[in-house]
Design a protein around this ligand. Structure first.
Ligand code: GAR
Length: 217
């Protein structure tokens, strides 16, 4: 079976992209990154992709009046690269319902909270304001709602009384870099099933179970 062809959408730093690049470079990893697309021309992640020899495309949303035209350009770049799975990695544009429907069950996102808690922006500020003792990150399939969709993998971290949004973000990010490559691996291995909007992982004996082994504290 050939490697799954992945496209990554970014808007900035690209540390999750780097985690995927590093994973894809390990022997036997079942996915390969074919294209990295940024809506921000200055995104640092573009240099990470170029350094790894991955094709990069900039689709600057500011140059498009209509979201549909912007997304058509993104789709063209994804199709040109033969992308089978789209990974949002710090991609900070809302995607239209029609884009999300087009890529249904082939589009995943990483979000720096234990969804469904703390959707949207300023996630770590939200977590600290709520006084939670545990936060974390989530890899999920993308559905039409913001930061909504079947949960593939989650990891938890403690929230310290002295945390700032920055220190909490850094602790969560370590776990993001762990679970995103894991989630892509499971998909690429063809082991992921979505049953009634819940993600099940197929075991070797053919049984399907939710992913339990990603918790960490
Ligand atoms: C990550 O923490 C990611 O979870 C978050 O943006 C950061 C991107 O960092 N994504 C969202 O908040 C999406 N709702 P990176 O560019 O270094 O991967």
């Amino acid at each position: 079976m050939g490697a799954l062809t992945v496209g990554v959408l970014i808007s900035g730093r690209g540390s999750n992209l780097q985690a995927l690049i590093d994973a894809a470079a390990t022997p036997g990893y079942p996915a390969r990154l074919a294209v990295v697309i940024s809506n921000v021309p200055s995104a640092a992640g573009l240099a990470r992709a170029a350094k790894a020899g991955i094709a990069t495309v900039v689709v600057d949303h500011k140059k498009f009046q209509m979201r549909e035209a912007f997304e058509a350009e993104v789709n063209r770049a994804l199709d040109d690269a033969g992308v089978e799975l789209v990974c949002l990695a710090g991609f900070m544009r809302l995607l239209s319902d029609s884009f999300v429907r087009h890529w249904r069950d082939r589009l995943i996102n990483i979000h720096p909270s234990l969804l469904p808690a703390f959707r949207g922006l300023h996630v770590h500020e939200q977590a600290l304001a709520a006084g939670v003792r545990i936060s974390g990150c989530t890899v999920h399939y993308v559905r039409e709602g913001v930061d909504d969709g079947p949960i593939l993998a989650q990891a938890a971290v403690p929230v310290a009384p002295t945390d700032t949004p920055e220190t909490l973000a850094a602790r969560v990010l370590v776990q993001e870099h762990r679970i995103y490559p894991l989630a892509v691996r499971l998909i690429a291995e063809g082991r992921v099933r979505i049953v009634e909007e819940k993600v099940m992982i197929e075991e070797e004996d053919g049984s399907a179970v939710p992913l339990f082994n990603t918790a960490t504290l």
